[in-house]
Write a protein of this length. Structure first.
Length: 304
């Protein structure tokens, strides 16, 4: 090996680790750098992941995937890639704990959920106990017939409240910062499905053994689970700085094979589409890794 990776993967969440496993088994030289902020690590237990009928914690799933990648010679490097630069036919990574050059790069940098205003200690404890949840697609089933709040407003808040209304009759939409920003049509829709809209701000969060409560314009409220519907910060800055096309929402735009508009640069997972599904991220990573292998082979045959 000439100290130049065939592929640098940025991010060691489910997408990045899946791609690493594929690429290593394609007998390619893989470097993977991770900043330690995978959202999957925050999942106390996912029951959507096929193959784990009793569910699995996000940390356990990531640990299993790291062990699998290590069996094929891939070790995750801790660090943060702040920028990528083109040097001829190569990419060079710039940042903390990084000194990698690669023929191709796969961005699996994901997104970060916008959080309600609360101390980290309360946030993390509520998340661990299933009182604070960020993905109704993942765990709406777990709040069946429970009292649930959605923190948000506008079209995003309405959409999440209506999604959860399929699991429980007791859903309340609470604005995060102050009065709701809802159109007449949105208010009518909430009324039609039986979801009250309460003005914020949502503050003063308190976690108890049986509930998660906070103050609002209507006084103190308590719920079995609370879902923030505040959007996400998309980690596409590296791609945008290289001139890669992005969607209006800020996600990296890719073709059907996970290629970005920059030759040699690929992307997979929530940074491409914020579906928040591990299985979807893994599927995109498998496509991306196979495309990378075939694109490299088209440039120069991969011969044993």
């Amino acid at each position: 090996m000439d100290n130049i990776a065939d592929c640098l993967i940025v991010g060691a969440g489910p997408a990045g680790l899946t791609a690493a496993i594929y690429l290593a088994r394609f007998r390619l030289a893989v470097a993977i750098i991770d900043s330690g902020r995978s959202r999957a690590a925050l999942i106390p237990c996912t029951r959507n992941q096929a193959g784990f009928p009793d569910g699995i914690a996000g940390t356990d799933l990531l640990a299993r995937m790291r062990r699998q990648a290590a069996r094929f010679g891939v070790e995750v490097q801790s660090g943060r890639v702040a920028a990528l630069h083109r040097r001829g036919d190569l990419f060079a990574a710039e940042g903390t704990g990084t000194a990698v050059q690669a023929r191709t790069v796969l961005l699996a940098t994901g997104v970060t959920n916008r959080r309600p205003d609360m101390p980290d200690s309360i946030h993390n404890a509520a998340l661990a106990h299933g009182r604070l949840r960020y993905c109704p697609v993942c765990d709406g089933f777990e709040v069946t017939d429970q009292r649930v709040a959605v923190i948000g407003t506008g079209a995003r808040g309405l959409k999440e409240a209506e999604f959860l209304r399929a699991y429980t009759r007791d859903v309340t939409l609470v604005a995060s910062d102050g009065p709701h920003c809802l159109s007449d049509a949105e208010r009518q829709r909430l009324a039609a499905i039986g979801v009250p809209a309460i003005d914020g701000p949502a503050r003063g969060f308190v976690l108890t053994e049986h509930s998660f409560g906070f103050l609002s314009a209507a006084g103190r409220l308590a719920f079995a689970s609370v879902y923030p519907a505040l959007g996400s910060e998309i980690h596409a800055d590296i791609a945008a700085a290289l001139g890669a096309a992005c969607t209006d929402e800020g996600c990296i735009r890719v073709d059907a094979h996970q290629r970005t508009s920059v030759p040699g640069l690929y992307a997979a997972g929530d940074v491409v589409l914020g579906l928040d599904q591990i299985s979807h991220a893994m599927g995109e990573a498998g496509v991306a890794a196979t495309t990378i292998r075939n694109d490299l082979a088209a440039h120069a045959p991969l011969l044993r």
